[in-house]
Design a binder for this molecule. Structure first.
Ligand SMILES: Cc1cc2nc3c(=O)[nH]c(=O)nc-3n(C[C@H](O)[C@H](O)[C@H](O)COP(=O)(O)O)c2cc1C
Length: 223
């Protein structure tokens, strides 16, 4: 068979017919923004990510993982206790096309609350239920060098072991190139800096980065 006829055969194969059939309406992408937050900084970033994802036409759910510390510890450390988002169940992860997870750092790594949630996903992992889904991560630290990238990697590990395709915040989000102000926002994911006493709130650049990540993930999942 000549090279040309091989090519013709390739392009007339059912694979080609299927790939050129583009008349089906685009599917509405389902995105889950899943977070843990003790004081609300990570939660604010979660909402900005959801806003960005929603701006693409995606269906977006925002959910939390359960609190694990005893009530006394939460009270002593002034954790916020309002139930501002529903609690996610591990099984529902399979229902989404993209999953974006975030949590504040604990000693440079993801907190037990988020790790525990993923520790409960063994059944999904055995089924390969999340393989090929799109993922991304976000975090908050008290200080500028308190472990943002380490924590983002630690969060990513959950998604990678599930076979998900992880994306970060591209440099087309120019806010991460500025040097005028101290700000979160990294190629590994969205982030904010809470301050040693937690008094700093997420800045406009950080929220813009979070919106950018949300829209980037939803458009990526659409592709
Ligand atoms: C036990 C514990 C460990 C922490 N470890 C770090 C750390 O290693 N680096 C850091 O910058 N901040 C650390 N923090 C501060 C939190 O990351 C900070 O309170 C958080 O980013 C605020 O986000 P949130 O409002 O979403 O809870 C720690 C806080 C606690 C309670």
């Amino acid at each position: 068979m000549s090279f040309l006829s091989s090519l013709r055969q390739f392009f007339s194969s059912p694979k080609e017919a299927a790939s050129t059939s583009t008349h089906a309406p685009p599917k509405q992408i389902r995105v889950l923004v899943l977070y843990y937050s003790s004081y609300g900084h990570t939660e604010t970033i979660a909402h900005a990510i959801a806003e960005g994802a929603r701006s693409t036409g995606a269906h977006v759910a925002i959910k939390q993982v359960p609190e694990l510390v005893p009530e006394e510890t939460a009270r002593e450390n002034h954790f916020k206790t309002d139930q501002s988002a529903p609690i996610a169940q591990p099984d529902e992860l399979a229902d989404y096309d993209a999953i974006i997870i975030g949590a504040p750092t604990r000693f440079g790594r993801q907190p037990a609350q988020m790790a525990n949630f993923w520790d409960r996903t063994g059944t999904l992992w055995l089924k390969g239920a999340l393989i090929g889904k799109i993922g991304a991560v976000f975090t908050s630290t008290a200080t500028q060098h308190g472990g943002q990238e380490m924590t983002l990697y630690s969060l990513m590990s959950n998604l990678l072991h599930h076979g998900m395709v992880v994306t970060g915040l591209p440099y087309s989000f120019q806010g991460q190139l500025q040097l005028e102000t101290v700000a979160g926002g990294t190629p590994y994911g969205a982030s904010t800096i809470a301050g040693g006493d937690g008094s700093r709130t997420p800045s406009d650049i950080e929220k813009d980065g979070a919106r950018f990540l949300g829209s980037h993930v939803a458009l990526f999942a659409q592709k």
